[in-house]
Design a protein around this ligand. Structure first.
Ligand code: GTP
Ligand code: ZN
Length: 198
């Protein structure tokens, strides 16, 4: 008679944890040290957290007051992982739109930044995703994002350009087509080359 209960899945070793052990061992790290005993579990958990999707619902309201000026949230912090080195990059996003028929709950401008930054990324894709999401969800007159980031793959290794900031932008609708609106958006999102924590 079998004593195995088929309804309860066997809990085996975590493949991600095993892979971290294999990677560190291949790199010559001695995991026998007491302080490293739990490191594979922590590393696997940290990457799971960074790769987990950020789900949210886009709460919108009718634009009852007929607002047709730029709505902008500045300095939204984000963290991401570069798809080339799996090293973090982080910074701030400035996100805005010119409402059409509906306005968006303000916190959702920060949530779309979090959602767009998750996964293995390049900065340009995060920026484009934010502008495209706003355009698709809201059908606004215009939408745009400016992202400023520091890439640790450029600072702690390789070229070691400590303190270098990368700025990317994506604009849609009137923020792209109307030179005055575009200029206003760029001016209001400008932070002077990465001193942008304001
Ligand atoms: N366009 C873009 N490039 C990125 C981003 N993050 C990292 N990179 C770059 O991706 C490139 C990968 O190039 P490779 O030459 O294959 O990598 P590597 O040999 O490690 O290059 P170095 O970093 O120059 O040592 C590097 O130039 C990185 O700086 C990003 O968000 N956008
Ligand atoms: Zn990188």
């Amino acid at each position: 008679m079998s004593i195995v209960n088929d309804a309860i899945p066997a809990v085996g070793p975590d493949p991600a944890e095993e892979a971290v052990t294999a990677l560190l061992t291949a790199l010559g790290v001695d995991l026998g040290e007491e302080s490293l005993a739990d490191t594979p579990r922590r590393v696997a958990a940290a990457y799971r957290e960074l790769l987990e999707p950020h789900e949210f619902t886009a709460t919108t309201f009718p634009n009852e007051d007929g607002c047709d000026e730029l709505v902008l949230v500045r300095s939204i912090p984000f963290q991401s992982l570069c798809c080339h080195h799996l090293l973090p990059f982080f910074g701030v996003a400035h996100v805005g739109y010119v409402p059409g028929k509906r306005v968006l709950g303000l916190s959702k401008l920060a949530r779309v930044v979090q959602a767009s930054a998750r996964g293995l990324q390049i900065q340009e894709r995060i920026t484009t995703r934010i502008a495209d999401w706003l355009t698709e969800e809201l059908d606004p007159l215009g939408a745009g994002a400016v992202v400023e980031a520091q890439h640790t793959c450029m600072s702690v290794r390789g070229v070691k350009a400590v303190g270098a900031w990368t700025t990317t932008s994506a604009v849609r609708g009137v923020l792209r087509e109307d030179p005055h609106r575009r200029e206003e958006f760029m001016r209001r999102t400008e932070s002077g080359g990465g001193v942008g924590w304001r």
